[in-house]
Design a protein around this ligand. Structure first.
Ligand code: A2P
Length: 281
């Protein structure tokens, strides 16, 4: 079997100079990394006025052929304290935006509407002891933000990220994120020494062999995930959850969480879990 990263080597590019913006709401791309032939992440400058809560999304895009902005909702993957913004995207060959966005390079401009919104925020959850972040595919993006936010470790004793992807190569962004969080000295200073001992990471694949195979929903039903992590199943008293993935996954896990007795929350009415759809072009 050919590994994903052999077929599509990871490539990185960094900005050497930052040009003056010419588009309305323009930001300049500073860094691009291609993880697989289907996935890439990039960083761009952050508007000085942009305040957001970790886990929220904004509309970003490019100027369309008709001269009008072509925008899509993207979760901000960087934490709210970061000077720059990070995004994680799928590449859809015939997708109106991503077929073009995948070719951006450092120094290029993108459009970013500075109006953050979203439900995957700490404010939408009641206090608890343990938080679960359930992601599939690019649905990991809002959790990349929340996992680098000190509040996540201040509010909870235990933080569990599950990430289900089709192929092993699609786990690379999350695996590198977790490594960087565990070894980052600045984060340790910001969040307190030993904060990362609260963090558990549970990656699974469904269509290519990896250390753990299966959909997270099936692994919850079978009890595998609890046995593997050595933790108790979810309970409404202590557990809180945030969910971000494809539609079928969101619906299925919602049903599971309700089955455990958790109730859906919102900004206006905090409860025990919140859900958001991952970006798809
Ligand atoms: P599967 O390969 O069995 O469909 P996608 O790339 O299509 O968005 O899928 C990302 C991951 O989400 C895949 O591993 C996929 O598994 C999984 N997935 C899709 N539907 C569900 C579901 N209803 N419950 C749990 N996982 C799902």
């Amino acid at each position: 079997m050919i590994a994903m990263n052999e077929m599509s080597p990871v490539t990185e590019a960094q900005a050497t100079d930052v040009k003056k913006p010419t588009l309305p709401d323009a930001q300049t791309v500073t860094f691009v990394k291609h993880w697989t032939d289907r996935l890439f992440s990039f960083r761009c400058t952050r508007p000085a006025s942009l305040r957001f809560r970790s886990g929220e999304f904004v509309m970003i895009g490019l100027l369309g052929d008709n001269g009008k902005p072509l925008l899509r909702a993207y979760s901000i993957a960087s934490p709210s304290w970061d000077d720059e913004l990070e995004f994680y995207s799928i590449k859809v060959p015939d997708g109106p935006l991503t077929s073009r966005l995948q070719h951006i390079a450092p120094g290029d401009e993108i459009i970013l509407r500075p109006k953050p919104v979203g439900t995957l925020v700490h404010d939408a959850l009641l206090p608890g002891k343990r938080i679960w972040f359930f992601a599939t595919g690019t649905g990991i993006a809002p959790f990349a933000s929340l996992l680098r936010d000190p509040q996540t470790y201040e509010d909870y004793d235990e933080v569990i990220l599950t990430h289900t992807c089709r192929e092993a190569g699609e786990l690379a962004y999350g695996a590198e994120l977790i490594d960087s969080i565990r070894s980052d000295e600045m984060l340790a200073e910001l969040m307190g020494e030993g904060f990362h001992e609260k963090l558990r990471y549970y990656p699974t694949t469904t269509r290519e062999e990896s250390a753990k195979m299966g959909r997270i929903t099936d692994l919850m039903r079978s009890g595998d995930v609890y046995a593997d992590l050595g933790v108790e199943p979810l309970c409404p008293e202590h557990d809180r959850a945030m969910v971000c993935g494809n539609l079928a996954f969101n619906l299925e896990i919602k049903e599971l969480l309700e089955g455990y007795g958790l109730e859906e929350g919102a900004n206006s009415k905090p409860a025990q879990y919140v859900v958001e759809k991952a970006f798809l072009d």
